[in-house]
Design a protein around this ligand. Sequence first.
Ligand SMILES: [Ca+2]
Length: 169
Amino acid sequence: MDNTTTLRQWFDRVDSEKTGSITATQLKSALAVGNLQFSLSIVQQMIRMYDFDRNGTMSFGEFVALNKFLTKAQRAFSDVERNRGYLLPDDVHEALGKIGFSLDSPAFYTVCESFDQKKDGRFRLDDFISLCIFLQSARNLFNSFDTAKQGRVTLDLNQFVYCTANCRI
Ligand SMILES: [Ca+2]
């Protein structure tokens, strides 16, 4: 999906009640039709990331922004999947690098473990996208605390709880 007309048609189909915006449940089932299985909480996270007017649903403009991110993740996945249909952890590391995430080993392996849905060390496109959505939300949240742009934040317990609750998948 990379042209506006196709996106518009897709969006309008998903917006079955013609409200001009789509909900997390609608988005989840629409992605499932394309064989991408996401948990509702990941889909809610997708919406939160691009819900610029903070109304809890996704307008077409917000959806275009989300789609741009999804396309980027999808390209990184395709670049390294070598027609197997899945990524191994090393490939995940390489693909994440392509979209600008460089994690150290403890962070990387912890994230991999959380998003390896079937616990078989294989990351399908939906696993990989979920992982990217999580990392992007974590980065956005981190940046919102790192106002001095020092790559480091100090949190009190309330802020820490706020962060973990926000990133919980
Ligand atoms: Ca919105």
